[in-house]
Design a protein around this ligand. Structure first.
Ligand code: TXA
Ligand code: MG
Length: 541
């Protein structure tokens, strides 16, 4: 891939490449576009191949003169009004297409998306080659859009389908153009951008906003804009949007059991997130600035190779999201698979750790908490659920431990891990890390749904580092005979096996010494009363 400057020489090389049917990445005021001759299906096919783009997702064609609009589409009166007002600029209109536009561009639809960019380099290139240019954002499909030539190189250097990139510096808007459909019954905003709904309503008072702009589309529903249905803008690491006061966001992030975390934060908050990488992306109330930098921030976060990415989003009731903030929300919600957590509410919730020896009654206590509305997270169950997905990490340490179907053979794993204290420690290190990461996923998902109280139960909470995750930890204790009977009955094992299991465990004193509270589990009613006393104390605070 050649790197071209945005001077006259670079622009004419780019135009020549495009005329030859090649693909060139060009700067626009929104994001970089991966351009090819829109009238040449073979050139267009290269774009899809280069990006790995699903062939059912149509492209936007870029023109340099308003007069060209009617060459490729059937413009309505409103289309001309919008063009006069907002072109050149970050607005894309969907209109009925003319015959000359190949179906490869429109993914078989009888409509076409057209835009006249404002960026002088983009327009020079279009007029120099004298062609309409089909150009999606110049990123590998699904990745954050590119807002600089470096981003394009990161994705496409060495890609056989891309001939060159023209370096036009950083993009001014940073988010893709506003997309409006003028084909349906009523004009509808499909993708928010710098031309805001409010601006469009000056010309189209009854403009609708597609539901998918801020909501996850049910998979069965047919997408108005195919681009809305595909996974988008997603970094590799699990990404979660967090809103609320900075102090509550800090508390939230610090209590996450993952070790390697990145926070894309507001300017001025950098010092607050002590245990994380931080990437400031703009002031909390400057939505243009947030839009301009958000893709760059997501890309930087990706390079940190962390386990979790948190993104601060402005604290605004979703019904009130408007202006350019609508575009910011639209992109970030997709990057985070629609997981948004209100940290102010989360801070009011309680996370209680419940630990103790086998048969002490952790489950009983969690059962009582569950009745009070706490979400019960059983770390043993969690490990069962994720053990197969953790196989590669386990095999890197223990060698082959999976059966033909790729599932972990727990007996083989047990034999290998229990062969020495060192091996057991290695197993625990992996298991604890994976379990706590999954616990954080479960908590995020529940909090995004509005549930904020949790009871996390496990025999190894201290070793797994759950202290940071929990507001406090309760140790449940019971005498040895009671525990023995419970374990035998529950797991259907004999005295010998039960005793064996006990001998592997930490002493009762270990739990009592480390826990914030100890509850003796010999009488259910008393247990509940004691628990209530503790809960009362936290409600007062
Ligand atoms: O700012 C931009 O629009 C950038 C620059 C390069 O111009 N381009 C861009 O293209 O963002 P792309 O392909 O990443 O996004 C185009 C969006 C997709 O969501 C696609 O589904 C939608 O426009 N689209 C294109 N043609 C359509 C049509 N005929 N009907 C409905 N949606 C369409
Ligand atoms: Mg795109």
């Amino acid at each position: 891939m050649q790197k071209l400057q945005s001077n006259a020489a670079g622009i004419s090389v780019a135009a020549e490449e495009l005329k030859k049917g090649n693909v060139v990445a060009i700067p626009t005021e929104t994001v970089y576009g991966l351009a090819a001759n829109a009238l040449d299906p073979q050139a267009v096919a290269k774009i899809f191949k280069a990006k790995g783009r699903p062939s059912d997702n149509p492209l936007i064609i870029h023109i340099s003169e308003i007069e060209d609009l009617e060459k490729y589409a059937f413009p309505t009166e409103i289309a001309y009004k919008l063009a006069e007002r907002f072109w050149p600029g970050p607005l894309t209109m969907i209109l009925p297409k003319k015959e000359c536009i190949p179906t490869a561009v429109t993914a078989g639809l009888d409509t076409v998306a057209v835009r006249m960019p404002e960026h002088p380099v983009a327009r020079d290139i279009i007029s120099k080659c004298g062609l309409p240019l089909a150009a999606p954002s110049a990123n590998i499909s699904g990745k954050p859009s590119p807002t600089s030539a470096e981003h394009v190189s990161d994705d496409f250097s060495g890609n056989q389908y891309v001939s060159a990139v023209v370096d036009g510096g950083k993009c001014k808007c940073g988010v893709e153009s506003t997309v409006i459909s003028l084909c349906g019954e009523a004009p509808c905003l499909l993708r928010p951008g710098f031309i805001t709904a409010e601006m469009l309503r000056e010309i189209i008072p009854d403009l609708k906003i597609a539901e998918a702009v801020l909501k996850e589309l049910p998979t069965s529903e047919k997408a108005l804009s195919p681009g809305l249905k595909h996974k988008h803008y997603a970094p590799k690491a699990r990404t979660v949007c967090i809103k609320g006061l900075c102090e509550n966001a800090v508390k939230y992030v610090e209590s996450d059991g993952n070790k390697e975390k990145t926070v894309i934060c507001f300017c001025g908050e950098e010092e607050e997130f002590k245990s994380c990488w931080v990437i400031p992306y703009g002031k909390a109330d400057d939505f243009e600035e947030l839009a301009e930098n958000l893709f760059d921030a997501l890309r930087q976060a990706d390079k940190m190779d962390c386990e979790k990415i948190y993104v601060r989003i402005p604290q605004i009731n979703e019904e009130l999201v408007n202006g350019v903030l609508l575009a910011v929300y639209n992109r970030l919600l997709r990057a985070a698979s629609f997981t948004v957590i209100d940290c102010d509410l989360a801070a009011k919730g309680l996370v209680i750790g419940v630990t103790g020896q086998s048969g002490a009654g952790k489950g009983t206590l969690c059962g009582i908490l569950a009745k009070k509305g706490f979400i019960h997270i059983d770390t043993d169950k969690v490990w069962h659920e994720i053990i197969d997905a953790s196989a590669p990490k386990l095999e890197a340490v223990f060698g082959k431990i999976t059966d033909e179907s790729g599932k972990v053979d727990r007996k083989i794993l047990g034999e290998k891990a229990f062969s020495s204290p060192e091996d057991l420690e290695k197993l625990n290190a992996i298991a604890h890390k994976e379990i706590m990461a999954q616990v954080s996923v479960i908590m995020d998902e529940n909090r995004a749904k509005g549930c904020f109280d949790f009871a996390i139960d496990g025999a190894a909470l201290f070793e797994a580092g759950a202290k940071d995750t929990c507001d406090f930890i309760i140790a449940v204790v019971a005498d040895r005979k009671t525990r023995l009977e419970r374990v035998k009955n529950r797991d259907g094992i004999d005295d010998l096996r039960a005793e064996q299991r006990f001998s592997m465990q930490k002493s009762e004193d270990f739990y009592i010494d480390n826990a914030d509270y100890t509850l003796v589990n010999d009488n259910l009613q008393e247990l509940e009363e004691k628990l209530n006393e503790i809960l009362e104390k936290y409600k007062e605070q």
